[in-house]
Design a protein around this ligand. Structure first.
Ligand SMILES: [Fe+2]
Length: 185
């Protein structure tokens, strides 16, 4: 059974393990193996957005909902991450740095119950390929909101400082679409 406080405690305990990310991957994989329990504990997401479940200098846990067909431009995290999907799917497009730009080097679709680790240097863009919300637990090995990091213009692939407000606008646009879809139905 998924319990928010216990999940946080387990993740905090994993920070003492020699392979912290591997231990967190196990915890997240176990949690998303039973999506219904997460929905019961955290509530069903109705809109796209980011809910901070836990934030400390050494650990951030987010409950994330991607809007239908939502696209998030390439960005890095500069800390390890573990992503677990408990509803829907997300496509990850991976990039590596090349001179002043980025080169795409692979994609991976994650479906409900999938959990993957992402290394500190990973650069990725995320797309929700579905016409409904995709919901995920994200765990990061640091303070996700305090770390200065980069994003890349989706068209020119030019690097620039990560812009939280821009990301929030992408979520808000997704929600405007969701509201429009509800009005039409
Ligand atoms: Fe990311």
């Amino acid at each position: 059974m998924f319990q928010k406080e216990r999940f946080i405690e387990e993740c905090r305990a994993a920070l003492k393990e020699s392979d912290t990310q591997g231990a967190i991957l196990e915890i997240v994989a176990r949690a998303v193996a039973d999506p219904q329990q997460i929905i019961l504990a955290l509530g069903e997401q109705k809109l796209a957005g980011v809910e901070t479940i836990y934030r400390a200098d050494d650990l951030t846990i987010l409950n994330l909902a991607w809007g239908p067909q939502m696209k998030l431009h390439p960005h890095d995290h500069r800390m390890w991450a573990v992503i677990g999907i408990y509803g829907g799917s997300e496509d990850n497009i991976f990039y590596s740095r090349s001179r002043d730009s980025l080169t795409q080097h692979g994609t991976r679709r994650l479906n409900t119950k999938d959990a993957i680790p992402l290394g500190e240097t990973v650069i990725h863009a995320v797309v929700n390929p579905l016409d409904r919300l995709t919901v995920a637990i994200h765990v990061y090995g640091g303070d996700f909101f305090a770390m200065p990091r980069s994003e890349w213009d989706p068209k020119t692939l030019e690097e620039r400082p990560y812009d939280v407000e821009h990301t929030m606008r992408v979520f808000e646009e997704a929600n405007e679409q969701l509201r429009a879809m509800k009005t039409l139905s």
